[in-house]
Design a protein around this ligand. Structure first.
Ligand code: C2E
Ligand code: MG
Ligand code: MG
Length: 399
């Protein structure tokens, strides 16, 4: 399957598109041997039958085809480059009829498309299972949202200077019937793929704001941080949704923090900037989650109205043993401070890590050393009964 062929058709017309297909077909034909067969299935999809080839020969042929497609095309002084995604199925393991073989190759080809295009992949029986599982999981999540199966847990965030607990992060859990408590790692990925994450995130936002408002009215003002996915942020009504949630539950904006990822800021930076400014205007606090794992571009750190940087827990996990990662953490803390942001360390599990982070001037921290994410009532109990003593014991007076 040719990648992004539709844009050639759409921009240059079908007549032009046909000429491109003829050119590509000729190139593909030149890659094959006499006993092989090339056919066009329709649109920009081709099928090649390699006669008597094993896996190695199939892989070599696939690479030849990909390279042939990737050479620049010139038609009527127009020059452009195409790419192709290829799925490979082998007789008789992946199918014994033509239909079965083509379906298996198709499944493998779609996996290539999903993972960045321009490559080839062999079919694996697991792929169909994956696909089916994802379809089922998506369906179960949609039902779960209707049936109120999702819950929020809250992990405290400790202010190392004030030696206090000013905030917590809302983390999604799914009480899936027959599966127990399912962690986000098992379902957020599918929800991102199918787009359900936007609805799910909207539910999280409202639920978290409602919880923060309830804590506040019971005399315990605690800021709640909510993770926002790129798809949810991209919705035109996102800022309005945030404003509505605050208004509906009567929560002062500063008690809500939104955790964004770098992909949100990279994608359509101008629009992201306008939205972040509108959110900051509302009084909502903004933090950049999982910092250090993505582009970590200084340009947008400077431009966007961010209050906090959250250093990804992968850097903290290897501290203090790994000197390089410790140096990266030190650099992030300094950079964050230079840009007038607070720096939060995630995933702090050991006392040595905390000591080192304090010495580096890190402002806040979160992690199992203090507490895991808890249901709302359990977090309230923890705050009342354990937090003060634990923080006093763990957090050094004079770092
Ligand atoms: P995150 O936003 O980076 O959240 C922190 C994750 O680190 C949480 O995992 C938390 O339980 C875990 N964690 C905290 N302290 C420690 C520690 O000391 N050691 C270790 N090993 N882990 C620690 P969780 O709850 O499984 O969430 C995983 C990810 O799922 C989150 O990463 C976030 O990206 C995503 N997620 C969770 N809830 C939501 C949500 O409501 N919306 C969206 N879009 N994503 C969510
Ligand atoms: Mg987070
Ligand atoms: Mg994080």
């Amino acid at each position: 399957d040719l990648d992004r062929f539709k844009s050639i058709n759409d921009s240059l017309g079908h007549m032009f598109g046909d000429r491109v297909l003829v050119e590509i077909a000729a190139r593909l034909q030149r890659c094959l041997r006499q006993p092989d067969t090339l056919a066009r299935l329709g649109g920009d999809e081709f099928v090649v039958h390699l006669h008597g080839a094993d896996r190695q020969a199939a892989a070599r042929a696939a690479q030849r085809l990909i390279d042939a497609v990737a050479r620049p095309v010139t038609i009527d002084q127009m020059q452009f480059t195409l790419s192709a995604s290829i799925g490979i199925a082998i007789y008789p393991d992946d199918g014994t009829s033509l239909d079965e073989l083509i379906q298996s190759a198709d499944t493998a080809m779609y996996q290539v498309k999903e993972r960045g295009k321009g490559h080839f992949r062999f079919y694996q029986p697991q792929m169909n299972a994956d696909l089916l599982q994802r379809v089922q999981m998506d369906h179960a999540m949609r039902e779960g949202l209707q049936r109120d199966e999702f819950v929020l847990y809250f992990q405290p965030r400790i202010d190392l200077r004030q030696r206090a607990v000013p905030a917590c992060e809302a983390l999604l859990r799914w009480q899936r019937p027959g599966h127990g408590l399912v962690m986000p790692g098992a379902f957020i990925g599918v929800a991102e793929e199918t787009g359900l994450i936007a609805d799910l995130g909207h539910w999280v936002l409202r639920r978290a704001v409602a919880q923060a408002a309830q804590w506040r009215s019971s005399g315990r003002p605690l800021q709640v941080a909510v993770n926002v996915s790129a798809l949810q942020f991209a919705r035109p009504q996102f800022v309005q949704n945030v404003a509505e949630a605050l208004r509906d539950f009567g929560l002062p904006a500063h008690l809500l923090e939104l955790e964004l990822t770098e992909s949100i800021l990279i994608r359509d930076a101008e629009e992201a900037l306008a939205k972040l400014q509108a959110l900051a205007q509302l009084g909502v606090e903004l933090s950049l989650d999982d910092f250090g794992t993505g582009y970590s571009s200084l340009t947008y750190l400077k431009r966007f109205p961010l209050h906090r940087l959250k250093i990804d827990r992968s850097f903290i996990a290897v501290m203090p043993e790994d000197e390089v990662d410790a140096a990266i953490v030190a650099a992030i803390v300094q950079m964050g401070h230079a840009l007038r942001m607070e720096v939060v360390a995630e995933g702090v599990e050991r006392a040595e890590q905390l000591q080192r982070l304090q010495a580096l001037g890190c402002d806040h921290c979160q992690g199992f050393l203090f507490e895991r994410a808890l249901p709302p009532q359990a977090l309230a109990d923890w705050l009342d009964q354990r937090a003060a003593e634990l923080v006093a014991r763990c957090v050094a007076d004079h770092p």
